[in-house]
Design a protein around this ligand. Structure first.
Ligand SMILES: Nc1nc2c(ncn2[C@@H]2O[C@H](COP(=O)(O)OP(=O)(O)OP(=O)(O)O)[C@@H](O)[C@H]2O)c(=O)[nH]1
Ligand SMILES: [Mg+2]
Length: 329
């Protein structure tokens, strides 16, 4: 009797162990070789629609990045459960943009808020602004399931109308008027290149943030810098700032090539920009630490580390192919 119980137990244990090993192996293999086709990405993107602020129906067909620009500036705001932080960011941003419109005749803009799977009132907040400013200026792109910051910034970019495209975080951590500093820097390249990327940077605030943060977060930050340097991007001090400006030509080339859906997408964008030898300029911006970060300490960093490795591995092995032509009709 005792022997048969022992055999049964060890059989169960071995089964669990084998299933566990195979599951882990399957996960690793799926993340290394799983479906990452850009074609799928495009289909996913096509599934989104702008929401009409009056009827609240998904009935406004999005334009395409491959169309000619019809506005000066598009601001893409990824927003996941941001009902609390979004209003003050939008107030500041829209006040600045409206002010500029009234001063400069040829200036025009749109703000594209992209919410995916938010469980709070993020969409309702966005629609309030859309009603107030009109759907031509403020529009909501909605997706039912959560897809990650990288995926939604891509969605927003792919259906923007601006000559210049900025993505800006919904927490309002950056002073919006600092966009002028980015534009100044962009002008420096304007004569030489139609494709330019200008990234906001908090590198000048590093000493301050080290003093404020715990030793553990500082350790993770340096670890992250090292892994970025090792696997993907060299020469950019702050890859993660949520305030980046692109010319339409650069966005047209970079975003269709983007695979990473979560936090490390900025690194992939810069990796691609360096691959295409697109000039990248880093500009210091004002930055305020805002409560309510979506980053989960340690786990988000672990996920970023994995994505950084995958960027290196998948491009090196050719699993991810880079399309060299901009998306044109
Ligand atoms: N739509 C969408 N937006 C997201 C998602 N994850 C993050 N975001 C947005 O990305 C922006 C940055 O998120 P934060 O939580 O401020 O993170 P962070 O600025 O990188 O890090 P902190 O320095 O800790 O603030 C915010 O606008 C978030 O709403 C997501 O899955 N979907
Ligand atoms: Mg933030």
């Amino acid at each position: 009797m005792a022997l048969s119980v022992w055999i049964l137990c060890s059989y169960c244990l071995w089964s669990i162990l084998i299933i566990g090993v195979f599951s882990v192996l399957a996960m690793v293999l799926r993340s290394l070789f799983g479906s990452t086709g850009l074609e799928n990405e495009t289909k996913e993107h096509e599934a989104h629609y702008f929401i009409d602020s009056e009827s609240k129906e998904e009935n406004i067909k999005p334009p395409s990045i491959s169309d000619e620009a019809t506005l000066k500036l598009s601001v893409i705001v990824p927003a996941f459960n941001e009902a609390q932080r979004l209003p003050s960011m939008l107030d500041e941003c829209l006040q600045y943009l409206e002010n500029r419109c009234s001063k400069v005749e040829e200036f025009s803009y749109e703000v594209v808020i992209v919410s995916d799977g938010s469980t709070d009132d993020t969409a309702e907040v966005a629609l309030q602004y859309s009603r107030k400013f009109g759907i031509n200026k403020v529009r909501l792109l909605l997706c039912k399931e959560n897809r990650g910051k990288g995926a939604v910034v891509k969605d927003g970019m792919m259906c923007s109308r601006g000559k210049y495209l900025l993505f800006a975080d919904a927490d309002g951590a950056t002073k919006f008027s600092d966009i002028e500093k980015l534009e100044e820097s962009m002008k420096d390249f304007a004569d030489k290149a139609s494709m330019v990327v200008v990234v906001g940077s908090r590198a000048h605030l590093e000493k301050e943030s080290i003093a404020q943060r715990s030793v553990f977060r500082t350790f993770l930050m340096f670890g992250f810098h090292f892994v970025v340097w090792l696997f993907a991007v060299r020469g950019i001090r702050d890859t993660q700032c949520g305030f980046k400006l692109f010319t339409r030509e650069a966005a047209r080339l970079l975003f269709p090539n983007l695979h990473v859906k979560r936090w490390a997408f900025d690194v992939e964008l810069l990796y691609l920009a360096q691959y295409f030898q697109i000039p990248i300029s880093e500009v210091a911006v004002k930055w305020t630490e805002i409560e309510g970060s979506k980053i989960v300490p340690f786990w988000s960093w672990l996920q970023m580390g994995q994505d950084l490795f995958l960027i290196w591995f998948k491009y090196q092995t050719g699993i991810w192919q880079i399309r060299s032509e901009p998306q044109n009709k």
